[in-house]
Write a protein that binds this ligand. Structure first.
Ligand code: MRU
Length: 377
């Protein structure tokens, strides 16, 4: 079950945006999410008391973005365990809630493995639940640490590639604190550049159809006092042509073993534009996003979302009329093509920045070496 609470009183978070947190009120443990479907209009919290509410929150994108999905998935397993639900069933439902971001399944598996191990060792369900929660907390903390390290590596790379400074960076979708235990992935690099006085402009793609750029990245950029400008996805070409983009920074939902990168639909066209205009296309993602079990881009399952996300626009404050609860912008019955992600081949990716360092050029061998190194840490 999920309850919604409007955030009341003065905002006590100047730049930090906790996208989720675990709480233990007297009625029992809950996972509290900042409902991202309501941003930027309202900061509303969604309180999940069981895994099925969390599955729904994941599907509706109330909680989203690859690293955060991993953290949420791990807490979801803990929630099921602590509240005495069937853990294996909850884990399967959580892991299958969205198919593309590998972090979701990774997070679920980590908490599930901790639960299974403790149960086998102690035979005690309370200790097993505590182990699942500890695994979720560890993943949450590790993601925050990884985020800080990615920001440092990414900024060093930007400075190396663009020694003149005054970086003008284009980003797509949302990859900041709203997707992370820390300050995010690609956005965290732009934020680090901003803090060190080296970001001249953050170009923010609006990111049709669900507007994660306009609603979420612009929200984060504004909160951090960054110089940012919003553009329609279609305007990116003319921006490159005008010589206004020095680098593209995006996150990733899954990186295949060959270096193919699945990210929010619209990333691939940016990579093509970047190559044509000799601009670096940089992917920033934690090592957990690299999936050695997915051999190549063609093997990545791309989530197909409902057509009404394209044929209607939704906003909480306007009256609803369409089948998806929004205002129709296409004739009734129009079919829509609505993949949530696209896949950029490795040859178009200048570098992949992770917490363990930078991979460039992007090759299967270099990624395998990175994964091996991170397993040893
Ligand atoms: O559908 P979403 O909003 O979950 O998609 C998110 C993205 O595509 C992000 O760019 C990606 O998860 C990387 S963020 C670190």
């Amino acid at each position: 079950m999920a309850d919604q609470d409007a955030r009341s009183g003065e905002d006590k978070r100047p730049t930090e945006i906790p996208a989720l947190r675990w709480e233990e009120p007297p009625e029992g443990p809950v996972l509290v999410l900042l409902d991202q479907t309501r941003l930027p209009a309202e900061e509303v919290e969604l309180v999940c008391t069981d895994a099925s509410a969390l599955v729904e929150a994941i599907r509706s994108l109330a909680v989203r973005g690859a690293p955060l999905l991993g953290i949420a998935g791990a807490y979801g397993v803990a929630l099921a365990a602590v509240r005495g639900f069937e853990v294996e069933e909850a884990a399967a439902a959580l892991a299958g809630a969205r198919p593309t971001a590998v972090n979701l399944a990774v997070g679920v598996r980590r908490a599930q493995a901790a639960h299974q191990e403790a149960l086998a060792r102690t035979g005690d369900t309370r200790q097993a639940a505590a182990a699942a929660l500890a695994a979720a907390r560890t993943l949450h903390r590790q993601d925050a640490e990884a985020s800080a390290r990615m920001a440092a590596h990414g900024l060093a790379l930007l400075d190396e590639l663009l020694p003149a400074g005054g970086h003008r960076v284009l980003t797509h979708c949302n990859s900041g604190a709203l997707v992370s235990g820390g300050e995010g992935t690609a956005f965290a690099v732009a934020l680090a550049a901003h803090r060190s006085g080296r970001l001249r402009r953050l170009w923010v793609d609006e990111t049709r159809p669900l507007l994660q750029g306009a609603r979420l990245t612009a929200y984060e950029a504004a909160r951090n006092d960054m110089a940012y400008t919003l553009l329609t996805d279609n305007a990116a070409g003319s921006l490159f042509a005008a010589g206004e983009v020095d680098a593209v920074l995006v996150g990733a939902d899954r990186i295949a073993a060959d270096g193919s990168v699945a990210n929010k639909v619209g990333s691939y066209p940016l990579a093509v534009l970047a190559r044509y205009h000799h601009v670096p296309f940089i992917v920033v993602a934690p090592v957990t996003t690299v999936d050695p079990d997915t051999p190549d881009g063609a093997s990545i399952e791309v989530e197909q979302r409902p057509g009404y996300e394209v044929t209607e626009v939704t906003a909480p404050q306007v009256p609803v009329t369409g089948a998806g609860g929004g205002i129709p912008v296409a004739p009734l019955g129009t079919q829509a093509y609505n993949p949530a992600f696209d896949v950029t081949p490795p040859e178009l990716v200048t570098a992949i920045v992770t917490e363990e360092g930078v991979v460039s050029p992007v090759t299967a061998e270099a990624l395998a070496e990175l994964c091996a190194r991170s397993r040893q840490v």
